[in-house]
Design a protein around this ligand. Structure first.
Ligand SMILES: Nc1ncnc2c1ncn2[C@@H]1O[C@H](COP(=O)(O)OP(=O)(O)OP(=O)(O)O)[C@@H](O)[C@H]1O
Ligand SMILES: [Mg+2]
Length: 474
């Protein structure tokens, strides 16, 4: 494993930890935000209940006073006894009670007669005369203590504090009815007031608040979670990209090292071959030119001259490939170089019925480059394109100007390159042609890179090939 891979894995692990924290904190917050919202709303409910209870106590005290002063005392004096079965007495009490609670937020008032154990008075006529259902609150009031409790219609689901919005909520308060017995002169508890207040509206707001807090905290955490995951994903992608670039760079370095060694060897061998080759060629020329040479000797020396010059070309290509490239930079024009290429190839293009489309007319594409090297580069590309086209086709040359560079696209409608071969195209000596050296594409890349540019080849078998070159303007 390379150090790069180890590095990437270590970083991957770091991010796995970040992801784990993101998921864990999201789950923890979901788990805690609900109890949190329940606690907050419970506190609000307690405060609401206490304020209703205090309110009820105040009303109760007032009621106690009013009923005692304006009903109990006058009635006892007038009739000598209190009996609410008598219409007159009942109506007086009803008036006193209704006047007292008028304008206060109290829904129902019941007055219990302790001795008889019945509801002696009620603002709701249907409750009148009903037997008392004893409850801890009622018993407390009988013993002189007040107390409150919530009357709810079962909507606290599973007892977990999860409540449906819309349930009816009332507060019931029991208050002892005290007074001084006009006959004995002693402090006594005559009965029990039961006050019922409706707090549904306020309660509903609190339950809504509870769901709002829960929803909001889940939403905020959800957003943070999504943001965190997106950041982690992005960081992972960047790291992967970096690792890939580094690996490519390493591969290029290895390739460059191999090529350098190969180049040195080629240069040495080519140089050694060229000298004797020159001697062979000039000797053959001499032999062919001799006066006493017969026809077959002349023909044979012609073959030697032809083959030795082909060999010379190959050796020259080897040397080109092997020699370190130092472009002789000067101001030149891209459209001139490409035009010259196309003019040179015209007879071949005509022969193979290849149409050329380009966007060079009337343009002035100035750049700093070595025009000879550029000429050889584009020639190699054009020759490959021409060779790929069998029965007529098209070559399209498109030059675009970017801010600091030119983008040259050369497309052909030839045989295309298989995926497998596409990856080998820049390997020296890779060729699918019988007479090809397989150095053309390598030389092209060397030249382009020596100019600080880049080359990319895309191709689809059976459809054609597109070569994209980026060249700095210099
Ligand atoms: N435009 C193209 N269309 C189809 N195949 C192509 C094209 N350009 C390159 N190739 C393929 O890539 C191979 C390598 O190309 P390269 O130019 O390096 O060598 P070559 O053309 O075979 O030989 P030479 O050294 O004479 O150029 C070719 O043999 C061919 O299979
Ligand atoms: Mg070629």
């Amino acid at each position: 494993m390379t150090p790069i891979n180890q590095n990437t894995r270590a970083k991957g692990k770091q991010f796995r930890l970040v992801k784990f924290f993101a998921y864990a904190s999201f789950i923890i917050l979901i788990l805690f935000s609900f109890p949190f919202s329940v606690v907050i709303s419970q506190q609000a409910k307690d405060i609401l209940m206490r304020s209703y209870e205090n309110y009820a106590l105040l009303v109760g005290e007032n009621l106690n006073h009013q009923v005692f002063q304006n009903f109990s005392i006058p009635v006892s004096r007038r009739y000598g006894h209190i009996s609410l079965r008598e219409k007159e007495q009942y109506e007086l009490l009803d008036r006193v009670v209704r006047n007292t609670i008028h304008g206060f937020n109290v829904d129902i008032v019941n007055i219990y007669a302790i001795r008889q154990g019945v509801i002696a008075y009620s603002t709701e006529s249907r409750a009148l005369g009903k037997k008392v259902k004893t409850s801890p609150g009622y018993d407390k009031a009988v013993n002189g203590e007040h107390s409150s409790g919530v009357l709810a219609k079962g909507d606290n689901l599973w007892g977990l504090g999860i409540e449906r919005i819309g349930g009816e909520k009332k507060l019931r308060t029991y208050i002892p009815f005290r007074g001084v017995n006009p006959f004995t002169g002693e402090n006594e508890i005559f009965g029990v007031f039961e006050l019922i207040q409706d707090m549904t509206q306020e309660y509903r707001s609190i339950v809504k608040l509870q769901y709002f807090i829960f929803g909001l905290s889940t939403l905020i955490m959800g957003l943070i979670f999504v943001a965190l995951i997106l950041i982690v994903r992005k960081a992972e992608r960047i790291i992967e990209e970096r690792a890939r670039e580094q690996m490519e760079l390493e591969a290029q370095l290895n390739q460059a090292e191999r090529l350098a060694a190969l180049g040195q060897m080629c240069a040495g061998v080519s140089h050694e071959i060229r000298n004797p080759l020159g001697i062979i060629r000039s000797t053959a020329e001499l032999m062919g030119g001799m006066d006493d040479a017969n026809d077959s000797q002349k023909k044979l020396s012609g073959v030697i001259i032809e083959e030795s010059s082909r060999l010379n070309n190959i050796v020259t290509e080897f040397l080109d490939f092997a020699r370190p490239l130092k472009p002789n930079l000067q101001d030149c024009y891209l459209e001139e170089v490409l035009d010259k290429n196309l003019q040179f190839l015209e007879p071949e293009l005509d022969k193979k019925k290849i149409a050329v489309h380009h966007n060079l007319d009337g343009r002035s594409l100035k750049l700093r480059a070595d025009p000879q090297l550029l000429y050889r580069t584009f020639l190699n590309i054009f020759v490959n394109a021409v060779q790929s086209i069998e029965n007529g086709g098209t070559i399209t040359v498109n030059v675009e100007e970017a801010k600091n560079h030119y983008v040259v696209r050369i497309e052909d409608t030839g045989c295309g390159i298989s995926q497998e071969n596409l990856s080998k195209i820049f390997d020296p000596f890779f060729s699918t042609k019988e007479t090809g050296t397989g150095l053309g594409a390598s030389i092209v890349r060397n030249i382009i890179e020596a100019h600080g540019g880049s080359i990319r080849i895309e191709s689809e078998e059976g459809t054609g090939t597109k070569v994209t070159i980026e060249l700095p303007r210099g």
